[in-house]
Design a protein around this ligand. Structure first.
Ligand code: AOF
Ligand code: ZN
Length: 376
């Protein structure tokens, strides 16, 4: 049985793990706390892939006092030789007596082996404390490891009458500065930001993380890792002059076979990376194939989808939207304006797409609704 203070120490480890929210990609966010005689003797979190894991930082801080201590770790200690040695071995060698783990590592290279190694060495191990919170922090990593596709979060800004842009496509700005700062954080925590080529043509959005808009202490460092930009562009219509192509970071343009080769050459000349994927039945980029590509080739954990009604509708129809963040502005855009989703073929009430609301809160003068499609 967990002792009363275990949850409090694990909560601290989770808070530490969250400090890696914007930087650990493609690795998971992990925190570790070492406790002896009810006192904190070491703590740490994973900052960046290639750098030491959370446990190693905590063990370094504790030094010799780590012997017979308890370790609280938000993710199962690793058992593999990756860019760093196995944390399970480091904990055993340091003489840790008990390890409390929030969630098992879904990475098939670990997947329970870290826990088994600890137990074989006589370390007492408990698994599952604050598991739900720990999973939430790494939904993307878990999705990539278990479903071979990223976790997709769709962000949209709309008026109270459900419109996202005027008929002309003009949409800047529907929501206020607080909501836009919120979106900056969503971008910063994502591995990739994805959009359709029409959104770029209308808005010429840069899809970047701007340090000045992040509102965080280490904003500069966070903005240094720009999320991968992904443009879905079946006919390679992306303009050479698109603003996103002049920004730091990479722009991946996903297309299908049969596009005009000169267009590809022109885009590559201005730094775009073109990837040719299978076409779906409608002749457009097969979105499931794109998700698999992003997970397997680009190690994308979380995708932030910022796009218009067509691609948003297609992603929803393909069952590829895991969560929606809808920013609702206190304004009306009127009847000719563009709706949130294009869902052609939806004509009867029986076909409606029910959502489960997870959270609603005020963000400046706007409202943010977090929802997910109800699984049918
Ligand atoms: C831990 N503690 O803090 C993290 C873990 O490439 P590497 O060597 O950094 O290994 C990355 C893998 O290690 C990652 O896929 C995940 O399975 C695990 N991450 N494990 O014990 C940590 N970040
Ligand atoms: Zn490790």
């Amino acid at each position: 049985m967990a002792k009363p203070t275990d949850a409090a120490w694990m909560a601290r480890a989770l808070r530490l793990a969250r400090r890696g929210l914007y930087t650990t990609h493609p690795n998971p966010r992990v925190g570790c706390v070492l406790v002896k005689n009810r006192r904190l003797i070491g703590e740490g979190w994973h900052v960046r892939a290639g750098e030491p894991h959370a446990e190693i930082h905590a063990l370094r801080m504790a030094g010799e006092t780590a012997r017979r201590a308890t370790a609280y770790v938000t993710l199962e200690p690793c058992s593999h030789h990756g860019r760093t040695g196995p944390c399970a071995v480091a904990l055993i060698e340091a003489g840790i007596q008990r390890v409390v783990v929030a969630v098992q590592d879904p990475n098939p290279e670990v997947a329970g082996r870290g826990i088994a190694m600890l137990r074989e060495a006589g370390v007492e191990v408990e698994v599952g404390l604050l598991e739900e919170e720990a999973r939430k922090l790494n939904v993307g990593f878990i999705s990539r490891m278990t479903r071979q596709r990223p976790f997709v979060r769709l962000k949209m800004a709309m008026s109270l009458d459900g419109r996202t842009a005027m008929q002309s496509g003009e949409s800047q700005w529907i929501t206020g500065p607080h909501a836009r700062e919120n979106v900056q954080r969503l971008r910063a925590s994502a591995s990739a930001v994805m959009t359709g080529v029409d959104s770029i043509i209308f808005d010429n959005s840069r899809l970047t993380v701007r340090a000045s808009q992040l509102g965080l202490d280490d904003a500069e460092a966070i903005a240094a890792r720009q999320p991968l930009r992904v443009v879905v562009d079946t006919q390679l219509r992306l303009p050479q002059a698109a603003a996103c192509l002049r920004e730091p970071g990479r722009t991946l343009v996903a297309t299908v076979p049969g596009h005009e080769p000169q267009r590809r050459t022109r885009l590559e000349a201005v730094g775009a990376e073109v990837v040719v994927l299978r076409a779906g039945d409608d002749g457009r980029v097969d979105l499931s194939a794109l998700m698999r590509y992003l997970a397997e080739q680009e190690l994308v954990n979380e995708v932030l989808l910022e796009t218009g009604a067509t691609l948003a509708g297609a992603m929803l129809d393909a069952g590829l939207v895991d969560e929606m963040q809808l920013f609702v502005a206190p304004t009306l855009l009127g009847g000719e304006a563009r709706p949130l989703f294009a869902l052609p073929g939806l004509t009867r009430m029986a076909q409606q797409r029910p959502l489960e609301i997870l959270d609603i809160r005020a963000v400046g003068r706007d409202w943010r609704i977090t929802a997910r499609p109800e699984r049918r």
